[in-house]
Design a protein around this ligand. Sequence first.
Ligand SMILES: Nc1ncnc2c1ncn2[C@@H]1O[C@H](COP(=O)(O)OP(=O)(O)O)[C@@H](O)[C@H]1O
Ligand SMILES: [Mg+2]
Length: 282
Amino acid sequence: MSDEVALGSSSNGRVLEVSDLRVSFPTRHGPFMAVDGVSFDLHPGERLGLIGESGSGKSTIALALMRLIKPPGRIESGTALLEGVDLLASTQDQMRSIRLADIALVTQGAMNSLNPVMRVRDQMVDGLSAHGLRLSRHDASDRVQQLLKSVNLKPEVADLFPHQLSGGMKQRVCIAIAISLQPRVIIADEPTSALDVVVQRRVIQTLRKVQDQIGAAVILIGHDMGLMAQFAQRVAVMRSGRLVEVGDVRDVFARPQHAYTRQLMESLPTLRHRVSVGVAST
Ligand SMILES: Nc1ncnc2c1ncn2[C@@H]1O[C@H](COP(=O)(O)OP(=O)(O)O)[C@@H](O)[C@H]1O
Ligand SMILES: [Mg+2]
C-alpha cells in the first residue's frame, strides 16, 4: 500500500495498534476475562475480519476500543493507539470527540438505535454538529445528500422517519452516519446479521465502497465466512478471549494453522466453494 505513510500520522504506518488488551466481567467465582491479552494492528485502509464462536470476546473488543464497556465490566490492561493516541488512556470527554470523528462503530442493533421521531436528515446533521461542525442549512443539506448517495440511498430518504425504511436502508443510514466525519477506523460488529442474505451482501459491498472512498480501515466482526472471504484482506480468529490465529484471508481459510480454526472451517461445509467464489470476485 503506497499511501500508508501519507495517511497515518503514526511513524510506523499503523493506524491502530492494540497491545495486551484485557477486559473482565465480575462473576461469583471472581473476574472473568472476556478478552484476555489481545494484540493486533491495522494498516490505514486495511480490511480485517474478526471471527470466532459466539461468546469468544469479539464484541467486547469492539466496545473496549470505543470505551463503551459498561461497569462492572472493566478494561484491566492494554494500550490501543489510534494514530498514536491511546484510546484506553483517554478520558470520557476526549472519547466523546474521538468517537465518530476518528473511530466509528456500526452494530447489528445500530438500525434500532436511530431515533424514531427524527427524520433521517436531522439525525445525520446531529452527528456532524455534535462534533462542532457548524454548517449552514444549505451546506448541511448538501452533505447529507452526498452521504446518502455514497451509501446508495436516494435523496428523498433524508425526509423520511426510520419506520419508513427497510432494515437494509436503516443500516445504510447508520453506515452513512459512521462515515460522516471520515474516521480512520470503522468497526462493524455483525452489521448485517439481522438482514436477509441478499441485502447483507449489498450492505457489505456498500461498506467496502465507502471505506475505500474515505480510506478508513475496517474491522468487520462476523460469522458468515462467505461475507468474510468477500470483504476481508486479513482475518483474526478469536477463541475464549484470545486471538488464536491472524493471517491473510486466503491462507487462513485454505490452510488454517490452528486446530480451532480448522474446526471453525470444517463446520461450514460450503465454505471452500464460497471462498473461491468470494475471492475470485474481488
Ligand atoms: N455485560 C456483560 N456482563 C457479563 N459478561 C459479559 C458481558 N458482556 C459480555 N460478557 C461475556 O463476555 C464474553 C464475550 O462476549 P462477547 O464479546 O459478546 O462475545 P462475541 O461478540 O464474540 O459473541 C461472553 O462470555 C459474555 O458472556
Ligand atoms: Mg458479538
